[in-house]
Design a protein around this ligand. Structure first.
Ligand code: HMG
Ligand code: MG
Length: 295
């Protein structure tokens, strides 16, 4: 199969990245980061999570983040929503796109959202239905598609079953999360094969954490299978608070560079992206991990 001509990148640094920082980052910095990411040409920027601040204090202030961003044509700011309470708050804050998040592993589901997989699907159904009725697009995440930090290897039919349920429920896109970055090329291929028996490949996204430096290889395998949407995180920020040791997503800078070298369009300006990456690294008091200019 030929590779897609264009890829849409879903920037998750301001959510997946910052949710994992030891100290919450002020709302004003989160807004500035997201604005700079939009200036760099990113058109889908996950902006916040309407989750319990007792569970994830780093995502408190989600409504203020959306209010500060306002609307910008051709940029969408999806937010995570775990239940009806989160949906209500997200809609009141003017969210136009949301994401529900389930898992392919029972233990991870319990640790992350305090319910079983079956209960999570019951919770998501009315969230997805109400959102769709109001014209709000819904993405469905499946975590632990390749392996679980608590249960070890996950068989490909597990993420496929959750992906099928989320898609049939009304999710417009299914993002496959290799939460701890254990996926090998062979495993990711198996997972995409299993998922695309139920979900058209145009509706599938890859969300690969880079714990073992495998994320870029997994992107390439996914591209070969027709996947054309990838999640990544500026400066490689992040991890998951309920996946100990998980590293950040594949860095957006690295993904953009690879796609560019493959002749795949992203619409992103690497220099402007670098400015956003340096801003957040400076705020977090760490070195920006990339050079000024890529060769
Ligand atoms: P719970 O304790 O079972 O919920 O948590 P509850 O319904 O019993 O409510 C408990 C308290 O939380 C109550 O407050 C509720 O009002 C409040 P209290 O009466 O004690 O003061 N509450 C909320 N507050 C704000 N927003 C809400 C909300 N819901 C209840 N939406 C719950 C269940 C799902 C809320 C909790 O487990 C939670 O917030 N979990 C979020 C976990 C999370 O955000 N994890 C990280 C994101 S997932 C991820 O990173 C993976 C991904 O990147 C893909 C990948 O890499 O695999 C997406
Ligand atoms: Mg993640």
């Amino acid at each position: 199969m030929s590779l897609p001509a264009r890829v849409r990148i879903v920037e998750v640094g301001a959510r997946d990245g910052l949710q994992n920082e030891p100290e919450p980052v002020p709302v004003s910095v989160r807004i500035e980061l997201i604005r700079m990411l939009a200036d760099a040409g990113l058109t889908t920027i996950e902006a916040a999570a309407f989750v319990s601040p007792k569970w994830i204090p780093q995502m408190a202030g989600a409504s203020e983040v959306l209010a500060g961003l306002g609307k910008r044509s051709s940029v969408s700011y999806p937010v995570l929503v775990p239940n009806l309470k989160g949906l209500e708050a997200a809609l009141a804050a003017g969210a136009e796109e949301i994401a529900v998040f389930g898992a392919a592993s029972e233990t991870f589901s319990q640790k992350n959202i305090n319910c079983s997989i079956a209960e999570s699907l019951e919770r998501f159904a009315p969230v997805v239905e109400i959102a769709n009725r109001q014209g709000v697009r819904v993405r469905g995440y499946v975590s632990c598609v390749a392996g679980c930090p608590y249960e070890g290897e996950v068989a490909a039919d597990a993420p496929a079953a959750i992906a099928k349920s989320l898609y049939e429920m009304g999710c417009a896109e299914i993002s496959l999360g290799d939460t701890t970055g254990v996926g090998t090329e062979r495993k990711i291929r198996e997972v995409i094969e299993a998922v695309t028996r139920h979900v058209p490949v145009e509706r599938v996204a890859g969300h690969y954490h880079d714990t073992y430096g495998r994320a870029l290889d997994n992107v390439v395998v996914s591209l070969e299978m027709g996947v054309a949407v990838f999640d990544s995180s500026v400066a490689g920020l992040g991890g998951c608070p309920y996946a100990p040791g998980a590293a950040g997503n594949l860095a957006t800078e690295v993904l953009v560079d690879k796609l560019d070298r493959l002749g795949i369009e992203t619409g992103i300006d690497p220099e402007a992206l670098g400015r956003a990456g340096r801003l957040i690294c400076e705020h977090l008091g760490r070195n920006y991990p990339f050079r000024e200019r890529r060769p």
